[in-house]
Design a protein around this ligand. Structure first.
Ligand code: ARG
Length: 570
């Protein structure tokens, strides 16, 4: 039950009593009808139809005929296979608006997470390489999920599992030794390290002995050769500092930077153990975990080094020991879909993943950034800092035209920066993460349509109405004064917000929250364009001000859950 939503609870109770379904099942099945439906909740009758061997339409008709609306419930209507339910808004509206106004940004929060620990493995770029667009998506989606889970009372660990182990570091060390300059690497670490890496590949084509040298260097690094370790640590530090600059711009932070190399020793043990237990098999010189019907997971190649998979298994071994651990979210692109299926299946076989702990691959599609595709090998790279700077610069140009006054002080630049970053994040988070995204700067930064700036602008509009009206705390009001369908549409969107948060967590899909606040902003702008707020008669004005204040709060909170700032003025 949702203790804060008496309408929802009344609906659940009536349907559960009538159908003899458990309340928890009814609760889970209740849906938010699409905005054009003139109803507040919808109950799909398919499950019941199956059980009672009747058509869902018949069930919906029966329910609509027998259920008696009373109090906070105004109507039950059958709509095909759905039972639509409408609230008595003069009652529910009072409750809802007061709830939002008193709770402020805690509206929609809950303690359902009960301090259970959720580890979010996200961003995870590779040392000495630029962050890819995929890493950017992981960073933005992972951060949003962490914020959203936190809102529901989960304890969050944000882990940056950087790629800092593998034979490629042998190549880099050789290249640095041969052609590198300390000065150059210090001044511009990532581009310089990348160019050394590219150079290595070019030269190794003609000179195969380089590959041997790289293998040898990596072997020495594994054995702890002090000079190589020192250089490598230096690369690590420079890379992390460079990543942190990007994270700062995005206002994103981590609790831990686990890194693959920390798990090398444990991965060796684990592989040995699995060999002894006979869980792994030899196949063409490699060691594999058979996972029929999935293809087997290779955990050791012929050269005895650890690999990505064995290090991930070793990390899992540590993660399942985290106190109160409940769920592990791996926010990584869809290209690793099969890998994670194999990883989790292998972990089960190796007893590294008890049933009580959920491990989820939160996968996402490709994104093509405006400004072209990346290719690290060919040195065609888009640096995320440049993308962020470009977004801010473009936002500034657009906003200077719309609101030149804002730029008479430093504030303008600041606001433009938040609009640019917000636009970028929102473009990512507003689409179902599994879809590929192609977008242009113009779409991204438009002040109309489903964009970050549109939502931020609507929030700023709410702020300015309240300011103009000289209201800091909304006056006492009666929601009964809100009778226009456009006002009801706003109330309805406000009421949906907590549901959107719960569904987002159920599906690990932040776009559900993005849609909820976009619908709210749309409903709000229709309302605002149709009726006066500050010029209305006293009772209506008071209620409309409360509606504006509640909308401002929910837009702010929704954007904050997505990691997007909402400036007061735009
Ligand atoms: N560094 C990896 C990459 O860039 C992502 C690591 C994801 N996390 C994990 N536990 N495997 O592809």
């Amino acid at each position: 039950m949702d203790p804060d939503n008496p309408f929802f609870n009344a609906v659940v109770e009536l349907i559960a009593t009538q159908t003899k379904m458990p309340s928890s099942v009814v609760e889970e099945q209740l849906e938010i009808p699409p905005p054009q439906t003139n109803a507040d909740l919808a109950f799909p009758c398919y499950a019941l139809a199956k059980q009672l061997r009747k058509s869902p339409n018949e069930i919906a008709d029966n329910l609509a005929g027998t259920l008696k609306p009373a109090g906070i419930i105004k109507r039950f209507d059958a709509a095909g296979p759905y039972l639509n339910i409408t609230a008595n808004w003069s009652l529910f509206g009072d409750h809802l608006l007061k709830d939002i106004i008193t709770k402020g940004n805690a509206f929609g929060s809950s303690s359902i997470g009960n301090e259970k620990t959720v580890l979010v493995d996200f961003s995870s770029p590779n040392i000495a390489k630029p962050m890819s667009v995929g890493h950017m998506r992981s960073t933005i989606i992972g951060d949003a999920l962490a914020r959203i889970y936190q809102h529901l009372g989960y304890k969050i660990i944000r882990d940056n599992h950087v790629g800092d182990w593998g034979t490629q570091f042998g190549k880099l060390l050789v290249a640095y030794e041969k052609w590198g300059s300390e000065e150059k690497v210090k001044n511009d670490p990532i581009p310089e390290l990348l160019s050394l890496y590219v150079q290595f590949h070019d030269k190794a084509e003609k000179d195969p002995t380089l590959e041997d040298a790289a293998r040898e260097a990596f072997r020495k690094l594994e054995e702890g050769d002090p000079k190589l370790v020192k250089t490598f640590e230096w690369f690590w530090k420079l890379s992390a500092e460079s990543f942190k600059k990007t994270y700062d711009l995005l206002n994103i932070s981590f609790d831990t930077w686990s890194g693959e190399r920390r798990y090398v020793a444990a991965a060796k043990h684990l592989t040995q153990d699995a060999l002894k237990q006979g869980i792994v098999k030899e196949s063409k010189g490699a060691w594999i975990v058979p996972l029929d019907p999935l293809p087997p997971l290779i955990i050791q190649k012929s050269n005895e080094s650890t690999i990505y998979a064995s290090r991930d298994l070793a990390m899992l071994q540590e993660r399942i020991k985290i106190p109160n651990i409940f769920s592990l979210l791996y926010v990584v692109g869809s290209e690793q879909k099969l890998y994670f299926q194999q990883l989790f299946a292998a972990a089960k076989k190796l007893n590294l993943l008890p049933d009580v702990i959920r491990a989820t691959h939160v996968d996402f599609g490709l994104m093509s950034l405006p400004g072209g595709k990346m290719s690290t090998r060919k040195g065609r790279v888009v640096y995320l800092n440049d993308v962020i700077a470009e977004a801010a610069r473009r936002a500034e140009t657009i906003m200077k035209e719309k609101n030149p006054d804002l730029f008479t002080t430093d504030r303008g630049k600041d606001v433009a920066f938040h609009v640019g970053v917000g636009a970028l994040k929102y473009a990512d988070l507003s689409r179902d993460r599994i879809k590929n995204i192609v977008f242009s700067w113009d779409d991204l930064l438009s002040f109309e349509g489903d964009t970050g700036p549109y939502l931020q602008y609507t929030h700023a509009r709410c702020t300015s109405i309240l300011k103009k009206g000289g209201v800091t705390t909304p006056p006492s009001f009666r929601a009964a004064a809100l009778t226009d369908t456009k006002e009801i549409a706003v109330l309805r969107s406000l009421a949906h917000f907590p549901h959107a948060i719960h569904r987002t967590v159920r599906e690990n899909k932040p776009h559900i929250i993005a849609h909820a606040i976009f619908d709210l902003a749309t409903a709000f702008n229709h309302f605002y364009q149709a009726v006066p707020v500050l010029q209305a008669d006293a009772a209506v004005k008071a209620a409309r001000i409360a509606l504006v204040a509640a909308t401002k709060t929910v837009l702010y909170t929704g954007l904050a859950l997505l990691g997007i700032a909402a400036p007061e003025e735009m």
